[in-house]
Ligand binder design. Structure first.
Ligand SMILES: Cc1cc2nc3c(=O)[nH]c(=O)nc-3n(C[C@H](O)[C@H](O)[C@H](O)COP(=O)(O)OP(=O)(O)OC[C@H]3O[C@@H](n4cnc5c(N)ncnc54)[C@H](O)[C@@H]3O)c2cc1C
Length: 342
């Protein structure tokens, strides 16, 4: 039985797992490792420590589907609609740039429900808090080491973390990446920003006419969303939640600063945008060092095969573009590359 490891429980990794399970007829041991404590990656949904139903999407906010991808990835959209995982975005987002024919969708149970759906479909064994550190060749297999726990051997490994995190791995992998591939990988770049989730007590009113707003006149805050309103969930039992994304220049400037200082600065600016905002009962900070891809790997068909026997491939939005369709494209390309193996 082939032993397959997918590193990363984000959209690309979870979809690779689901597609691999659907496409392979023979027995397959499929496992997913992620260094985080939950599934989602940059499509993470945080919960209030006081009420797990009070949630906030800290990364991706909504899915924009262009007419091109509505056709090309129709089966993926149809599957998520059929399961009630995606619904049309009907709440007003001020300052959103809409192109003709585009449709926007939200995930009522939080954007990470997309990833959880694919992981469930895959039947993979999913392990969190597993940070991969080294990949070595041992007797024609990959021996994968993590920060804690003993190394494990696999016939096939798929890496879906942001490209700089692939380049940080140690072991034989460093010598297996050709000079040309390394150069391609080193050109992949990402923006950086902070996200802040604020959770409120049930019954708290945040009296604004919008569900989300892009802000152009503030050096720190780029986007604010009343997250439950964005997803059309207004309930007397669940408090509202707010999401704040900083601008990229702010994220870059304060990337290495202490989180308490950054928090203070964001709150100061938020007071200018939403004066008199009530005190949240919980907050969640997220530093997105690798937020959205600003420069994808050049001349790559959505994946990069690093080694053939045994198979080692990497994918993710770094090989396409930073959105839902970019990840689907990459996962499909990874699958195509894996067909050479099975
Ligand atoms: C602030 C923000 C806003 C965005 N807005 C939108 C939007 O509105 N619409 C949209 O479509 N897209 C949006 N995006 C982009 C979208 O979220 C990403 O393109 C997508 O989530 C990338 O998925 P991925 O699986 O390729 O990578 P990731 O989601 O980054 O998944 C990689 C996973 O690998 C794990 N990992 C990393 N290193 C290791 C290691 N050494 N060992 C084990 N695990 C590891 C990480 O924990 C992570 O879970 C946004 C992103 C951000 C950050």
């Amino acid at each position: 039985m082939a032993r397959v490891l997918i590193v990363g429980a984000g959209l690309t990794g979870s979809l690779c797992a689901a597609l691999l399970r659907r496409e392979t007829s023979g027995p397959l041991y499929l496992t997913v490792w992620d260094k985080a404590g939950d599934a989602g990656g940059r499509m993470t949904t945080a919960s209030s420590p006081h009420n797990s139903q009070c949630t906030a999407d800290l990364g991706a906010q909504y899915i924009t589907c262009t007419p091109h991808y509505a056709k090309k990835h129709q089966s993926f959209y149809d599957e998520l609609f059929a399961h009630g995982i995606l619904k049309p975005l009907t709440s007003p987002i001020e300052g959103m740039v809409m192109k003709e024919g585009d449709c926007n969708f939200v995930a009522p149970q939080g954007v990470s429900s997309i990833i959880k759906h694919y992981l469930k479909e895959s039947g993979a064994e999913v392990y969190f808090k597993q940070c991969v550190t080294q990949i070595n060749l041992r007797n024609d297999k990959w021996e994968v080491s993590r920060e804690t726990g003993c190394p494990k051997q696999f016939d096939l490994v798929v890496l879906t973390m942001p490209v700089p995190q692939i380049l940080q791995l140690h072991g034989d992998i460093t010598n297996l990446i050709s000079e040309c591939q390394r150069q391609q990988l080193e050109t992949v770049s990402y923006s950086s920003r902070y996200a802040l989730g604020l959770f409120y007590e049930a019954g708290t009113k945040i009296d604004v006419p919008w569900a989300g707003q892009y802000i152009t006149s503030n050096p720190c805050v780029r986007f604010v969303s009343i997250d439950n309103k964005k997803r059309n969930i207004e309930s007397s039992e669940i408090g509202p939640s707010l999401v704040i994304h900083t601008t990229v220049p702010f994220g870059v400037t304060y990337l290495e600063h202490k989180i308490e200082d950054v928090q203070e600065l964001i709150f100061q600016q938020l007071e200018n945008i939403l004066p008199g905002l009530p005190q949240p009962i919980a907050t969640k900070y997220q530093k997105w060092r690798y937020s959205q891809v600003t420069n994808a790997a050049a001349n790559c068909p959505g994946q990069m095969t690093l080694h053939l026997k045994p198979f080692l491939v990497c994918g993710g939005d770094g090989f396409t573009q930073s959105n839902f369709d970019g990840c689907i494209t990459s996962a499909l390309c990874v699958l195509e590359a894996l067909k050479n193996y099975f």
